[in-house]
Ligand binder design. Structure first.
Ligand SMILES: [Zn+2]
Length: 456
């Protein structure tokens, strides 16, 4: 493997544990605007103290983004620049009473490090910094140029990432990008994602009267709850197919290579059923495509919440004046939020639901790296060297969402994720954690990757 031994990497990580803990102690909860400025400055100091250049960038109304730069060493390839994407913000820590340790007081128990934000995604930033530090003491220095884009709004939907990228496209110019995260599954295989799904999130509302009414009036007055559920029901049939005209036509068909990669992805339908205690069979049992294809290649249309009328104790006979639903549409390549909005609106109008208001609350574009790009192989091969030949799984895109699209659009880079999480990391949940053994491996992967990228 690399010129830096495993022992040396462990020594560097252990030596720097206290600075890692200090980073975890910062309560950088973006949703509540807590300690955002301090944390951005702490990231800047972390980069500068490791020998890099750094700037805290600020756009009006946005949390700062931290820029970092480390130059390739004397024998490195200074023509190549790798960009790391990370975020310094974290989710709120509640429910507090479910934590077994203090969320912002990092605590190690039996090789597991607990703290809010440790898995998502403070450990990954620290693993990358440790890897860079390991190269500082070598004769050759850093194998390639490294940049950092560390934002503070990931946990609130990254509303300003594209503005920052547009404004600072030259500053962040790079050839390839490593994304914030990657997790081991229940069989200890590291998942490496080459993309994400996008999202279009809506609120749908029906208002049928000025006031709630005595339900005897249901004999003559329309009911907002009925209107809304009928409108929603018209969008999906009992076989779970989305019945909005043109909905599936937007999809960019997966390439042969993407299909081949998907076929190699492990998937255990029984484990999914067990993990979540599913009471029904998988909905893909009735569809023409597999659960793996559904997770990676297909869009979803989900009722995320419903609210109307009386739902308290006992009975209250009213006819609700208003009904509301939250709808979450996960997008795959080919889908654009505005086109989805147009189709949903047309569907409602065509089916007599002109009175159903539909408002797009937030949206993120989908992104998938071209799997033919040689960087894909570089990342996968370097991971196999560290994690083992059969312990690395490439997925064309994850089933989740993140702000990758702007990086593809403004920087034109292939993007792959790698990280130090494991199946029980509990991101966003109480008792969030990582295993220290995964952290050391994560540092090692970054070391091997930087060298492999230089040689590729
Ligand atoms: Zn998160």
């Amino acid at each position: 493997m690399s010129q830096i031994s495993e022992n040396e990497l462990k020594r560097i990580s252990d030596k720097n544990m206290e600075r890692f803990y200090d980073y975890l102690r910062l309560e950088s909860v973006s949703a509540q605007g807590r300690q955002i400025k301090q944390t951005a400055e702490a990231v800047q100091a972390l980069i500068e103290n490791t020998g890099g250049e750094s700037k805290v960038l600020k756009l009006e109304g946005a949390h700062p983004v931290v820029y970092g730069f480390f130059e390739a060493g004397p024998t490195g390839d200074s023509e190549k620049t790798l960009l790391f994407y990370d975020h310094y913000d974290v989710q709120p820590e509640d429910p507090l009473d479910e934590w077994r340790t203090e969320p912002f007081e990092p605590t190690v128990k039996e090789g597991i490090l607990y703290a809010r934000g440790v898995s998502d995604n403070k450990a990954n930033l620290m693993a990358r910094i440790n890897a860079i530090e390991a190269y500082k003491n070598t004769e050759g220095g850093l194998p390639v140029n490294v940049k950092f884009f560390v934002e503070g709004e990931e946990e609130i939907g990254s509303p300003h990432v594209d503005d920052y990228l547009k404004t600072y496209a030259d500053l962040f110019a790079a050839d390839v990008c490593i994304w914030e995260a990657g997790s081991k599954d229940s069989d200890e295989r590291l998942g490496i994602s080459a993309g994400i799904k996008g999202i279009a999130y809506y609120e749908a509302r029906v208002t049928s009267a000025d006031i709630d009414m005595h339900s005897s009036l249901a004999a003559i007055a329309d009911n907002s709850a009925w209107r809304l559920v009928q409108a929603l029901a018209s969008m999906r049939n009992v076989k779970n197919e989305i019945t909005v005209d043109g909905f599936y036509d937007m999809m960019t068909p997966p390439t042969e290579l993407e299909k081949k990669v998907l076929a190699e992805m492990p998937f255990d339908p029984d484990a999914s059923k067990q993990n979540y205690g599913l009471k029904h069979s998988l909905i893909t049992d009735q569809l023409t495509y597999s659960p793996e294809e559904a997770l990676v290649f297909y869009p979803t249309l989900t009722i995320s919440g419903l609210l109307s009328g009386y739902t308290g104790l006992g009975t209250k006979t009213i006819l609700p004046r208003q009904a509301l639903a939250k709808i979450d549409v996960r997008l795959v390549p080919g889908y654009e939020p505005d086109k989805v909005t147009k189709l949903l609106r047309e569907h409602l109008d065509k089916n007599g639901f002109e009175d159903v208001e539909l408002e797009l609350l937030t949206s993120v574009m989908p992104f998938r790296t071209n799997l033919e790009d040689s960087f894909v192989k570089t990342v996968i091969d370097s991971a196999k060297k560290v994690y083992g030949e059969d312990k690395v799984v490439l997925e064309p895109n994850s089933a989740g969402t993140g702000p990758m699209y702007g990086f593809g659009k403004y920087l034109n880079v292939p993007i792959l994720g790698s990280g130090t999480e494991w199946v029980k990391s509990g991101a966003h949940a109480p008792n969030e954690n990582i295993r220290l053994s995964d952290f050391y491996q994560g540092v090692e992967h970054m070391v091997v990757l930087l060298e492999s990228y230089k040689d590729s």
